[in-house]
Design a protein around this ligand. Structure first.
Ligand code: COA
Length: 181
């Protein structure tokens, strides 16, 4: 690993590491049945805290430079959701991903910070491949991935309990050697 970052900026957005003070934020996002429709369903506050600890706080120590970041609108300072550059549950592959509050949808935010994270992953971390997975009917997310320069490569299923219930998932990849935006 080369240069691990705790914060990154794009034109309109910034990501920063989560802290335990963000529990209200993540609990609010994961309590929305529309937002979580393709994320395994709503989580209660305890479930949100487990996600915050295992996918962010503890994960930062185990995998410096990777993880789950709060996505902030630079003009207002408000949190609009999260982005990830982290391991797919139970796998060695590194994925890009996102979930935004509904009032932040439709402005290109998911794509904008995904592109920034991928540039960071390829150029600063030296990752050879960045992947992504979506539910087969999550067309908005699939559109984001295509716009961010990933390519669809069929479907995969995953044994980890966080993913096994979703059945086959759309699999996307981008390679450092050929990715350009
Ligand atoms: C997926 C999500 C992050 C998209 O955020 P966003 O900031 O609105 O995305 P963008 O504006 O960058 O791009 C969305 C693209 O999908 C398209 N889109 C949106 N809804 C769509 C739908 N129902 N069907 C097809 N395309 C759709 C948009 O038109 C846009 O494409 P375009 O620029 O070519 O017009 C947001 O919908 C979300 O948080 N969903 C819930 C969480 C989730 O599913 N995360 C992904 C898990 S894999």
């Amino acid at each position: 690993m080369r240069t691990a970052a705790d914060t990154l900026e794009s034109t309109r957005l910034r990501v920063r590491r989560f802290t335990l003070d963000d529990l209200d934020l993540i609990a609010r996002l994961l309590a929305d049945p529309v937002v979580t429709q393709h994320l395994g369903g709503v989580k209660d506050r305890a479930g949100a805290e487990t996600t915050l600890r295992t996918r962010a706080l503890d994960y930062y120590d185990q995998h410096p430079g990777l993880g789950m970041w709060a996505t902030i609108e630079r003009a207002t300072g408000r949190a609009v959701g999260f982005h990830v550059l982290n391991h797919i549950h139970g796998e060695s592959d590194i994925q890009v991903g996102y979930a935004l509050f509904q009032d932040a949808w439709g402005q290109g935010y998911a794509t904008e910070m995904s592109v920034r994270l991928m540039r960071y992953g390829f150029e600063d971390l030296g990752l050879p491949v960045i992947c992504a997975i979506t539910n087969l009917d999550n067309t908005a997310s699939q559109r984001v991935l295509l716009k961010a320069g990933l390519t669809r490569h069929g479907e995969r299923t995953f044994p980890h309990p966080a993913l096994s219930g979703q059945g086959p998932m759309a699999w996307f990849e981008a390679h450092r050697a050929t990715w350009h935006l």
